[in-house]
Design a protein around this ligand. Structure first.
Ligand code: ADP
Ligand code: MG
Length: 269
């Protein structure tokens, strides 16, 4: 798949000829800012602006040809079969609706249930993401919840329809370290328990290494390497090696960290 954006100053190629498959596994997409990670995730859900030019030989989700699916088909797929979790819940939640109403609304939208059933499902889901007083939290507005709780609310909203695939774009980057671990372990439990595939977009190599099964490394819109997370230390590509060398380590303190090297030839491959 390639994604181009025509702009006033010329065509920006955000994604160049990437190709991958994802099953019921946790796949990390890693790379520095601007490497095309988010564009890749959004293109799968067809959430790119209509000006974007998406070219692909094949873009398939199970039995659906995502290149040919109608906008109406895509709406059903987005709500029920593929979900997206973004970095900051503040921008994904409606500020004038309580968080409980919003989650319940997604249930009502996709399933034939009564308002009461939707409320009960929502409360159970909030409890499932370790929210201790679901009755109280149901009636809170997005600005009244903390970052960590907001992200757990997003997780409940995205998982309540039991999707087969979740695309999480830097889901914990706005959280501090202790809260991040809690949110990740809740996400991990739920996707394992429900056998969901996960695309985990991140710029945090250490995080992806411990959290994912497989890692796709992107540089300048291309995939430079795909590797089992457990074998990341043996990565061959000089860019991946550079990312690894640039990580500070408590086990091996160093006087200075390597500067990340870049080679124009990596883009041509
Ligand atoms: N709507 C858009 N219009 C023009 N350029 C875009 C648009 N969206 C993304 N880009 C460009 O595509 C490249 C990849 O962006 P992005 O996918 O957001 O990278 P990442 O998520 O890895 O930081 C960047 O150069 C970015 O400026
Ligand atoms: Mg991004």
């Amino acid at each position: 798949m390639s994604v181009e954006f025509p702009t006033l100053s010329g065509v920006v190629t955000a994604v160049r000829n990437v190709s991958f498959e994802i099953g019921r596994e946790k796949v990390g997409i890693i790379g520095e800012s601007g490497s095309g990670k988010s564009t890749t995730g959004r293109a799968i859900m067809r959430l790119e602006p209509s000006t974007a030019i998406i070219k692909a030989d094949r873009l398939r989700f199970e039995d659906v040809d995502l290149l040919k699916a109608s906008e109406a088909d895509m709406r059903t797929i987005r709500g029920r079969r593929i979900s997206m979790i973004l970095q900051d819940p503040k921008y994904s939640l409606n500020p004038v609706m309580t968080v409980g109403e919003q989650i319940a609304e997604t249930v009502i939208l996709h399933e034939r249930v009564s308002k009461r059933q939707a409320r009960e499902r929502t409360l159970a889901m909030l409890e499932r993401v370790n929210i201790r007083e679901p009755q109280r939290v149901f009636d809170l507005y997005p600005h009244e919840v903390s970052g960590g709780m907001g992200q757990r609310i997003m997780i409940s909203m995205m998982l309540i329809s039991s999707p087969q695939l979740i695309i999480a774009d830097e889901p914990t980057s706005a959280l501090d370290v202790t809260v991040r671990q809690q949110v990740l372990s809740i996400l991990d439990d739920l996707i394992t328990e429900r056998n969901i595939g996960l695309v985990f977009i991140s710029h945090d190599l250490n995080l992806v290494k411990s959290f994912c099964d497989r890692v796709i490394i992107m540089y300048s819109g291309r995939i430079v390497e795909t590797i089992e997370a457990s074998k990341l230390d043996q990565a061959r590509h000089p860019y991946t090696r550079g990312l690894l060398e640039a990580l500070p380590s408590l086990d091996r303190p160093r006087d200075r960290l390597e500067v990340l090297k870049r080679d124009p030839s990596w883009v041509e491959v």
